[in-house]
Design a protein around this ligand. Structure first.
Ligand SMILES: [Zn+2]
Length: 123
């Protein structure tokens, strides 16, 4: 294969100008490389930030509804607060096979009769 032809067709991942030189070269120069990586990092940071906001809100809701070590609450009351069940930090299954879903140190267990059991885990 003619390397010169192949390299001429490649475009900089940052500015879309043609890239010349080594076959594996992806950017015009270091400035474009740094700029491209900064954009990727920025998008990653924004995604992490928005998920962290949801997780912290979920934890705050569980914390406000919690009274003592364990609190039973209706699903209507919990979900009416804007609690987002799609996001959690981790889960814990006890010896009975019950799955607790946590947002940081607060967790909940789905009970049979449209209720949740909210618990606070000691760290
Ligand atoms: Zn460039």
């Amino acid at each position: 294969m003619d390397i010169q032809v192949a390299t001429r067709k490649r475009l900089c991942l940052d500015c879309d100008k043609p890239v010349y030189g080594r076959v594996d070269k992806k950017f015009c120069n270091d400035q474009c490389r740094v700029s491209h990586n900064n954009k990727i990092n920025h998008n990653t940071i924004e995604s992490v930030k928005s998920i962290n906001i949801i997780l912290k809100k979920n934890r705050s809701i569980l914390s406000k509804l919690s009274e003592g070590n364990s609190t039973k609450i209706s699903s209507i009351k919990l979900l009416g607060t804007g609690f987002n069940r799609d996001y959690h930090t981790h889960t814990y299954k006890n010896s009975k096979g019950e799955l607790y879903i946590f947002c940081y140190d607060y967790g909940y267990l789905t009970l049979a009769n449209e209720e949740f059991l909210i618990i606070k885990k000691k760290i």
